[in-house]
Design a protein around this ligand. Structure first.
Ligand code: P6P
Length: 360
């Protein structure tokens, strides 16, 4: 009889709960709900080429990006899967300008769910992997309904985070602070089965990921850092670390998590706000930073740990360097030594304090 253990994500979450000193079923059930939403999104993503769900929806999100219909579908599925459970006091989505209240006829709970329903959606039509990113904060205010203060908390207060990558297979990767675990969706039984237990980022990096198309806009320290990466010896036997970039954060992060390396989306001089970076702190960077740290890696905005940034806006952008700790810290060193011009612009933005009813 083979030693193979078939562990569903439900069973794994329950086992994790038993080890969590004060976890309750609420927390465990929330992860089930996210896994269920992921199965539905996966089905639609895989069918996208077959049904009239492609093409841009006639809406755009707060960032002015035209929403793909699948984006809108994923956003609705995640909200509807979680709005009535009595586990959440509020939600926040990349696709909505304001935080999402729990409908008044439902009970509220003590957690907040933040999510990017379908990151990399511009890749949907060309069949490149896309992903869902989620993170969970604990409620900090006293009222029944959650408020913005419950949502814009620093990453070191997260209780769980994860992502789903819809690629050659659909994988859900999550952590509740007890290591990082990956599950692959077996469509024949509709279950996420444990396939990557206790993921640790490999010590020897294999790839670096950056969009070289913007190289002419990089600050000098970032440019020197990338040259340093290109000069590195690669994993055993290879003469260099490879460059891989799909334009889909979840897919790029996932590959580097499993193979070792660094993903960077640095600030640049492209326009008057790109000194802040492009990716979102609250529902992209924080979640992946939580995962990276749990897997032995590290993430930074170029100044310091992503998880230590005190947010001041729900849709706050951030530069992102994430992967092997030594590679990310090397980026901080290059920036500290060579990018004073950027630091003088960015630090006042980074240190802003949350002000009610003020948009950044
Ligand atoms: P660029 C996708 O739109 C996204 O938000 C991330 O998934 C991805 O890493 C990044 O933007 C790609 O941006 O400017 O390189 O096309």
């Amino acid at each position: 009889m083979s030693q193979m253990r078939i562990i569903t994500i439900e069973r794994h979450i329950l086992q994790q709960q038993l080890r969590h000193p004060n976890a309750t079923g609420v927390f465990t059930n929330m992860l089930y709900d996210i896994a269920m939403a992921a199965k539905i999104i996966s089905r639609e993503t895989n069918r996208a080429g077959l049904v009239d769900i492609l093409g841009a929806a006639d809406q755009s999100n707060i960032h002015g990006e035209r929403q793909q219909k699948l984006d809108v579908f994923a956003d609705e599925i995640i909200f509807k899967m979680n709005d009535h459970t009595g586990r959440l006091c509020a939600m926040a989505s990349e696709e909505h300008d304001e935080i999402l209240a729990i409908p008044p006829h439902y009970d509220t709970g003590k957690y907040v769910l933040l999510y990017d329903p379908l990151d990399g959606s511009s890749n949907i039509d060309v069949n490149v992997s896309v992903g869902t990113i989620f993170s969970i904060h604990r409620k900090v205010t006293t009222g029944a309904q959650g408020t913005i203060e419950d949502v814009i908390q620093p990453g070191y207060k997260l209780v769980a985070a994860g992502y789903i990558v819809y690629g050659s297979s659909t994988m859900m990767v999550y952590s509740t602070g007890q290591g990082v675990h990956g599950f692959t969706l077996d469509n024949s039984v509709g279950e996420f089965l444990l396939s990557h237990e206790d993921i640790r980022i490999p010590d020897t990096p294999k790839y670096y990921s950056v969009n070289h198309g913007y190289e002419k806009y990089w600050y000098p320290g970032v440019g020197e850092y990338v040259k340093w990466l290109q000069g590195m010896d690669g994993a055993a036997g290879s003469k260099a670390i490879g460059h891989r970039y799909t334009g889909s954060l979840v897919a790029d992060f996932h590959r580097n998590l499993l193979r070792g390396g660094v993903f960077l989306y640095p600030a640049d001089k492209r326009d008057e706000t790109s000194y802040r970076g492009k990716l979102r702190l609250m529902y992209e960077a924080q979640a992946l930073a939580f995962i990276a740290r749990q897997a032995g890696g590290y993430s930074s905005d170029g100044v310091g740990d992503i998880l230590d940034i005190e947010p001041h806006d729900l849709h706050q952008r951030t530069p992102l360097f994430i992967g092997n700790r030594d590679l990310v810290q090397k980026a901080e060193q290059y920036i500290r030594e060579q990018d004073q011009e950027w630091l003088e612009k960015y630090l006042p933005f980074r240190e802003r304090k949350y002000q009610p009813n003020k948009t950044s």
